[in-house]
Design a protein around this ligand. Structure first.
Ligand code: PRT
Ligand code: MG
Length: 218
């Protein structure tokens, strides 16, 4: 059979992809706490454990044939160099603009500062609305920025909303809904077409089954 490599990140995405991999007999057959390249129970499939934001890069350059990545990361990376054949419906959240409860709001006059790990999405979002903002790139803990006066607004992922609430922030706008996607290297899609199409079909069937199973709908 054709050898396939799948890139994915630890944490949320790994945890939610694992049942899918297990159902296809592709769950890790090695120490995922130490190894960065892990064999799977299917000898033709190996898994690469990389940073969430690096998944598109591994797949784009063909270091991995496929990847599992959040739509947020994909939008920030610019997805045109990859195929995105499947919405896996996992690691669900939304990308939102949040502000201090009593802080300033965009008013078309003041140039507000926005802290985010998504400068590209943020730039496009405010440009489309004709709002002038100053973007401050952070790598994490965005919720802190408004509290210490580093920024007026943040653009960050929200799932339950409890992190915002705990930090005295409120969601003022939803930019988009986010789920994880299966992405495919464009050359691999040609060279390994049969193997990849088979895998996509198997995963799609699982995702569909998960949606229709009572109580599992997301
Ligand atoms: O952590 P690391 O820097 O290595 O990478 P990462 O933060 O990119 O990875 P990880 O595993 O945290 O997130 C991977 C992907 O999971 C993201 O790219 C999203 O597509 C998806 N995802 C889904 C989330 C969330 N839900 C989520 N709630 N990623 C992050 N969060 C964080 C959010 O940033 C905020 O700090 O959880 C907090 C909010 O959660 P609530 O429930 O309090 O609203
Ligand atoms: Mg994280």
């Amino acid at each position: 059979m054709t050898a396939l490599t799948i890139a994915l990140s630890k944490g949320r995405i790994f945890d939610e992809t694992l049942p899918l991999l297990a159902a296809l007999g592709m769950d890790p057959a090695g120490d995922i706490d130490r190894l960065l390249r892990v064999p799977s129970r299917n000898k033709d499939v190996s898994l690469l454990i990389v940073r969430a934001s690096d998944v598109p890069t591994y797949v784009e350059y063909g270091a991995a044939d496929l990847g599992v990545v959040g739509k947020d990361v994909l939008m920030e990376h610019g997805g045109s160099a990859l195929y995105e054949p499947l919405d896996l419906g996992i690691a669900q959240c939304r990308l939102s603009v949040a502000a201090k409860k009593d802080g300033p709001r965009p008013d078309g006059v003041r140039r507000l500062r926005v802290a985010t790990k998504y400068p590209e999405i943020t730039r496009r979002h405010f440009a489309a609305k004709g709002e002038q903002v100053e973007i401050i790139k952070l790598y994490g803990s965005m919720e802190l920025a408004p509290l210490v006066g580093l920024a007026d607004l943040i653009v960050d992922l929200v799932a339950t909303g409890s992190t915002l609430k705990a930090n005295g922030l409120v969601e003022i706008e939803t930019i988009c809904q986010v789920t994880s996607r299966l992405v495919v290297n464009k050359a691999a899609m040609k060279m390994k077409n049969a193997a990849i199409q088979t895998l996509i079909a198997q995963i799609a069937e699982r995702v569909q089954a998960g949606k229709t199973r009572p109580g599992k709908g997301k």
